[in-house]
Design a protein around this ligand. Sequence first.
Ligand code: PLP
Length: 394
Amino acid sequence: MCAVKAAKWDWMQAELDRLQEEHLVRQLVATKLQVGGWLERDGRRMLNLASNDYLGLASESGIRIEPSDVQYPCGAGASRLVAGNDPIYTQLEQEFAAFKGTECCLLFSSGYMANLGIIPALVGRHDYVFSDRLNHASIVDGIQLSRAEHVRYRHRDLNQLEHQLKKAPANSRKLIVTDTIFSMDGTIAPLQDLVTLKDRYGAMLMVDEAHSGGVYGSEGQGIVHAMGLQDQVEVQMGTFSKAYGAVGAYVAGDAVLIQYLINRARTLIYNTALPPILIYAIRENWLRSQREAWRRQALQSRAQQFRSVLQAAGFDMGDSESQIVPLMIGDNVQAIVYSRALQAEGIAAVAIRPPTVPQGSARIRFTIMATHQEHELNWAAQRMIAIGQQMRLI
Ligand SMILES: Cc1ncc(COP(=O)(O)O)c(C=O)c1O
C-alpha cells in the first residue's frame, strides 16, 4: 500500500529534490507578529524586517467592534451578486472612492484575486498588454489568464515600452500595467511618463498600488494621488493587505469601469464575498491610518536612514527609494546563509530567490516599519555589516 502511494508521488518528490539541490525549496515557518515591529518565529523573538505591515497596523489591531452590541457576520453567505452584498461593502466603496478622488470603487477579496479578475476583463485574445518585467506575479498570472499578447518591457525602460507600443497595431486595444512600488526592489514606477505614453498611443494604464497605498500621500491615498494623477490613470488597483494591515483589495476608477467589472471580473462574480466582519476591520484600519500620519512620516525617515547606513558600508541596495530595501547578493546559497546568520542574531529577514526574482539576483528583502525604533534599526544594520564582512559581501 505504502509502496503504491510512494510511487504515485515519485514525480513530485523528484521535483522537490531538484529544488532542494538548487537551494530553492521553501518551507512554512510558524510566525507570530508582535506589537511594535517584532515577531516570534520558532519560539524566538526577532526584529521584524520581513513583513509588509509597513505602518504596524496588522500587529496592533484586533477586531474590536464599537458599540459592543453591534455584530457583523463572519461569513458573507454568497458572492456579492448573489446574496453576499452586506451594506458595509457599499459604504466602504463609496468612502474609499471619495478618498481616492475617483467616481467609484470596487472591493475584491485579495490583491491576487483583483489582478486575476481585472486584467482578463479588460483585455482578451488579439489585445496587447505591456507589462514591466518586475511586475508582481499576480499581474503576470492575470495577463496569462487573459490570453492577450503579453509584451514585457525592461524594468522602467520607457524607450523600450514606446518602441513596443509603436509596433502594436494602431487600432488594437492596449493596456499598460505596472506596480507603483516594485515589491522586491523598492523602486518607483515612472508614472508621469507612463501617463504621457499611454495618451500618445491610446492605451489604458493600470497601476497596482499594493505597496504604496497607505504609505504615500498626505493621508495615504497612494502615489498616483500624491502625484496628482488620479484623473489620468484609468485603473487604480491596490490592496488592504500591506500598509493597511488587513486583507482584501480595491479598484478605483470611473463609474463605467466599475459597472463593467461588476459584470465581467470573474474573481468578483464567482468568489464568495469577504466576511462583513473583515470589511469592518479593513475600514477601521484604513481610518486609523489616515488619522495617524506620524506612521507615514516615521516610515519614510526610518527607511532612508536604514538604507543610507547600509549603503555607506558598501552594500548594494539596488535602486530602492522606498520602505522596501533589498540587499543584493546574487547567489542563492549565499543569500540563504546570510539570512540564517541574521536570524541567529535575532533579525527576521527573508532570502528571496528565483523564480520570485530573476536568476542570479537572489537578495535579502528588508522591509521597514513605522514602529521600528531608530536604535533597533541601527543595531540591526551593525549586525548586518559585521556578518557581511565575515562573508566578504562587502
Ligand atoms: C504588487 C502586488 N500586487 C498584488 C499582491 C497580492 O496581494 P494580496 O496579498 O492581497 O493577494 C501583492 C502581494 O504580495 C503585491 O506585492
